[in-house]
Design a protein around this ligand. Structure first.
Ligand SMILES: [Zn+2]
Length: 96
C-alpha cells in the first residue's frame, strides 16, 4: 500500500480547499412581473426574458386548453341539435 512520505501542511491543505466553496447564486427580479428570478433565465411566472415574451406559461396553456374544450363542446352541441332536427324532419316527412 502506498503511504505518503510526509504529513501534508495546513497551508497546502488550505490552498487545495480554496475551490471547495459553495457559491451563492445571484438572484434578480423579473422586469415584467418583479418575481424573483435566476440570472440569464426566462421568468417562469410570466414567460418574459429581457422584456420579450419567449415562453408560454403553464397558466396560459391551461386557459388555451379550456378555450379549446369550450369550442369542442359547442361544436358537439351544434352537431347534436342538427341530428335531432334531421330526425324530426324525417319523422314528419314519413307521416306526410
Ligand atoms: Zn416575470
Amino acid at each position: 500500500m502506498a503511504v505518503p512520505k510526509r504529513k501534508q501542511s495546513k497551508a497546502r491543505k488550505g490552498w487545495r480547499q480554496t475551490h471547495q466553496v459553495e457559491h451563492v447564486k445571484s438572484i434578480t427580479s423579473c422586469l415584467n412581473c418583479q418575481s424573483p428570478l435566476n440570472t440569464h433565465q426566462a421568468c417562469k411566472a410570466c414567460g418574459f426574458y429581457k422584456g420579450v415574451k419567449v415562453l408560454t406559461t403553464k397558466a396560459e396553456r391551461a386557459v388555451k386548453r379550456g378555450q379549446a374544450q369550450q369550442v369542442k363542446e359547442a361544436r358537439n352541441a351544434a352537431a347534436r341539435e342538427n341530428q335531432t332536427l334531421e330526425a324530426s324532419a324525417e319523422t314528419t316527412s314519413e307521416k306526410n
